[in-house]
Design a protein around this ligand. Structure first.
Ligand SMILES: Cc1ncc(COP(=O)(O)O)c(C=O)c1O
Length: 445
C-alpha cells in the first residue's frame, strides 16, 4: 500500500512506465491529451503509486472523481459484496431496488422541493445529454443557452454546449443546433471590461437587454445550462449575484435552469452541491464524476413535473448498474458523515495559504475557489494579466517530478482538486512542492 508521503525513486517515466507508454502510443486512440507520463499501478486515499514504485500525492482525485479518496475501504467492501450478489440486470427493462434507494437519497441531497426524479446513466456527458433532451421535451422550446468557457462533455449534444477549447469542437460540426453561447461571469477577465461589485451584472443584463431583444426570443429558450463554478474552463468562481440573477431571469421567462455539477458536485466545494453557495435552486441537476467514488455513474435529477417524458423516450442499458449504485450509496453516506465538512475546512486553509503565495510569486495572477475546488491562474505579468500558458505546463510537470499530481484547466490555470479526505499535513506537503515548482519556473521569492 502506498505510504502517506510522496517519494520519487526513479525520474518518471521510469523503465516500466516507458514500456507501457510505447504500447499506449500503438494501441490507444491518440485523442486524449495527457499532461505528463503517469502510469498508475495502485492508489489508496490521497496517494498514488506508479508502475516503477514512485509515490505521488494526488491533487487531481483522478479528475475530481475519487472524492472519498482512492479505494475507500467502505466503498471497496460494498462493491465486493455487491459483486457476489448481482452485477447487472438493466434498469432500462427491469426494476432495480438499489437505483430506487439511490434516487431517494439524491432527492434528499439535492436542493429544491421533493419529490424529484432521477435518470441514471454512466458519465457526465450522458447526464448532460439527458438534461438536454429532457428540457427540450418538457418545454417544447428549441433553443438553449450555455456559456463561453463551459465544459459539459464531448458527446454530440454535450459538445454543442461545451465552449472551452477549439480543439474539442474542431472537425465535428455540424453540432446540435439551437445552442447560444454567452459570456460567463469571469470577473478576473471581465468580458465587458467592468468591475464588480455593481448593482447589476453586465453579463446578466446583456442576456436580457441584448440577446432577448435582438435575435433570441426568450419564449423559445428551453433552458440555461450553467456550471455554478466553471471546471475545465478554468475553475472560475462567479460572484454570488451571477447565479442568483440568472435563476431570477430564468423564472421570469419560464426558462429552466440546469446546473451542471458534474465536477463541482458531491461535496467538492464544501457543500454537497456548488449551487448551494449561490442561494439558487436549479430545475435540473447533472451529476457524475464524484458520485460513485470511481465507478461510472451519471445522474440527472429533475423536479417531478419536469421529468414528464413517457416510457421509451430515454433509457440506458448500464445506467445506474448495481455496482455503481451501491458505490454511490456508500459515497453519499461518507460525504454526509464528515467529508463535505472537511472539504470546507481544509479548502479554506489551502485558499488562505495559496493567497500568501500570491505576493511572493510573479506568476500567480489570481487564487480562487470554494472548498477543495481551487484554481490558481498564472500570468506573465500581474498588471497586463498576459496568460502564462507554457509556464503553467512547466509548473504542472515540475510538480509531477517532485511527487505532486496537479492538472491544468482553462488556458493558464492550475487546479487543486484533491480527495475530500485530505489532512492539513497533506495540504502543507502539496503547498511546499507547489511553491518549489513555482519558484523554479517563475523566479518567485
Ligand atoms: C462540468 C462537467 N460536465 C460534464 C463533463 C463530462 O463528464 P464525462 O467526462 O464523465 O463525460 C465534465 C468532465 O470533465 C465536466 O467537468
Amino acid at each position: 500500500m502506498p505510504e502517506k508521503y510522496p517519494l520519487i525513486k526513479v525520474t518518471p517515466p521510469g523503465p516500466k512506465a516507458e514500456a507501457i507508454l510505447e504500447k499506449d502510443s500503438k494501441y490507444i486512440s491518440p485523442s486524449s491529451a495527457r499532461a505528463y507520463p503517469l502510469v498508475v499501478k495502485r492508489a489508496k486515499g490521497v496517494m498514488v503509486e506508479d508502475v516503477d514504485g514512485n509515490r505521488y500525492l494526488d491533487f487531481t482525485s483522478g479528475v475530481a472523481v475519487c472524492n472519498t479518496g482512492h479505494c475507500h475501504p467502505a466503498v471497496v467492501k460494498a462493491i465486493a459484496q455487491q459483486a457476489k450478489e448481482l452485477l447487472h440486470m438493466s434498469g432500462a427493462d427491469f426494476f432495480n431496488p438499489l437505483q430506487i434507494e439511490l434516487a431517494q437519497k439524491l432527492d434528499e441531497a439535492c436542493p429544491g422541493p421533493s419529490p424529484k426524479r432521477v435518470f441514471f446513466s454512466n458519465s457526465g456527458a450522458e447526464s448532460v445529454e439527458t438534461a438536454l433532451k429532457l428540457v427540450r421535451y418538457h418545454t417544447k422550446r428549441p433553443l438553449v443557452i450555455a456559456f463561453a468557457n463551459a465544459f459539459h462533455g464531448r458527446t454530440m449534444g454535450a459538445l454543442s454546449l461545451t465552449g472551452s477549447k477549439p480543439v474539442q469542437r474542431k472537425g465535428f460540426s455540424p453540432l446540435v443546433p439551437g445552442v447560444i453561447h454567452v459570456p460567463y461571469a469571469y470577473c478576473y477577465r471581465c468580458p465587458y471590461g467592468v468591475t464588480h461589485p455593481r448593482e447589476e451584472l453586465a453579463c446578466i443584463r446583456w442576456i436580457e437587454e441584448e440577446l432577448f431583444k435582438t435575435y433570441v426570443p426568450p419564449e423559445e429558450v428551453a433552458a440555461v445550462f450553467v456550471e455554478p463554478i466553471q471546471g475545465e474552463g478554468g475553475y472560475i468562481v462567479p460572484p454570488k449575484a451571477f447565479i442568483k440573477d440568472l435563476s431570477t431571469l430564468c423564472k421570469k421567462y419560464g426558462i429552466l435552469l440546469v446546473a451542471d455539477e458534474v465536477q463541482s458536485g458531491m461535496g467538492r466545494t464544501g457543500k454537497m452541491l456548488a449551487i448551494e453557495h449561490f442561494d439558487a435552486v436549479p430545475d435540473v441537476i447533472c451529476l457524475a464524476k464524484g458520485i460513485a467514488s470511481g465507478l461510472p455513474l451519471g445522474a440527472t435529477v429533475a423536479r417531478e413535473e419536469i421529468m414528464d417524458w413517457p416510457p421509451g423516450a430515454h433509457a440506458s442499458t448500464f445506467g445506474g448498474n448495481p455496482l455503481s449504485s451501491r458505490a454511490a450509496l456508500v459515497t453519499l453516506e461518507l460525504l454526509k458523515r464528515g467529508l463535505v465538512e472537511n472539504a470546507a475546512k481544509i479548502g479554506s486553509y489551502l485558499l488562505e495559504e495559496l493567497n500568501k503565495l500570491l505576493p511572493r510569486h510573479p506568476l500567480i495572477g489570481e487564487v480562487r475557489g470554494k472548498g477543495l475546488m481551487i484554481g490558481i491562474e498564472l500570468v506573465k505579468d500581474k498588471e497586463t494579466k498576459e496568460r502564462a500558458g507554457e509556464e503553467r505546463e512547466t509548473v504542472v510537470k515540475r510538480a509531477f517530478q517532485k511527487g505532486l499530481l496537479l492538472l491544468g484547466c482553462g488556458k493558464n490555470t492550475i487546479r487543486f482538486a484533491p480527495p475530500l479526505t485530505i489532512t492539513k499535513k497533506d495540504a502543507d506537503t502539496a503547498l511546499s512542492i507547489f511553491d518549489e515548482a513555482l519558484r523554479a519556473v517563475g523566479k518567485g521569492k
